[in-house]
Design a protein around this ligand. Structure first.
Ligand SMILES: COCc1ccccc1-c1cc(O)c2[nH]cnc(=O)c2c1
Ligand SMILES: [Mg+2]
Length: 214
């Protein structure tokens, strides 16, 4: 069952990965998901779209909502400039524990700051942590929280002109209220990147990029 995927992945990683190498960790996770069992990592195909958006944005302050096992945190951190700050929020403590070990083994501890708790409680704390705004936000957690969390980010003054919101799974499982919100909101300019569900060539999914114009 999908239940326990994170523990089986961690066992596999412990046995096979080359420590201190984020790219090797990413490849190891993808290989496991293609050959053994798929997990809800953004994956290599949508991950490439995410990589390109990160590289094009060149963000110095980044937020990820939904760490899971740390796969997309590694993909993002790998492409950030030296002096950047990257926060990832995970509400499930078991997933967070696996992500912490995976991030540590990949040698990316000093690039990624993980917060454990509900996004609605974590977001209001960032101003107090010296974050003025986020240049890029990757939204990949509970689909019903996409819209309320983006609204909260704006309310907290954590978005500024040019801030980029990248949302996973806007087709499958889908987040219709979020898509309706950003596409009909004059404060956002949205672009859809059609792709496929991670590790499932036959299932359509997409990434939505929304630039905050304020
Ligand atoms: C490997 O496919 C996993 C999968 C399969 C069927 C239905 C949904 C999902 C899925 C895919 C994702 O990228 C997800 N990202 C974030 N939070 C999720 O709950 C989530 C669920
Ligand atoms: Mg996802």
């Amino acid at each position: 069952t999908a239940e326990g995927f994170h523990l089986r992945l961690l066992e596999h990683v412990r046995k096979t990965v080359k420590p201190g190498d984020a790219s090797n960790m990413i490849a190891t996770i993808d290989n496991y998901c293609y050959t053994v069992e798929s997990g809800m990592n953004v994956g290599d195909v949508k991950g490439k779209i995410l990589d390109d958006i990160v590289l094009e944005t060149n963000p110095t302050t980044v937020l990820e909502l939904g760490t899971f096992c740390g796969y997309s945190a590694l993909r993002i951190a790998r492409n950030l400039p030296e002096n950047s700050r990257f926060f990832t929020v995970e509400f499930n403590p078991e997933h967070a524990a696996v992500a912490k070990e995976i991030i540590h083994t990949a040698g990316m501890d000093d690039k990624i700051q993980m917060l454990i708790g509900p996004s609605q409680e974590m977001i209001p704390q960032f101003k107090g942590m010296g974050v003025s705004h986020f240049d890029l936000v990757f939204v990949d957690h509970e689909k019903d929280l996409y819209k309320p969390d983006v609204i909260l980010l704006e309310k907290e003054g954590l978005l500024k002109k040019g801030s980029v919101i990248v949302a996973d799974n806007v087709v499958y499982p889908g987040s219709p209220d979020y898509i309706d919100y950003v596409r009909n909101n004059p404060k956002f300019k949205s672009t859809n990147y059609m792709s496929e569900l991670e590790y499932h060539k036959d299932v359509v999914d997409a990434i939505e990029k929304s630039i905050y114009i304020g």
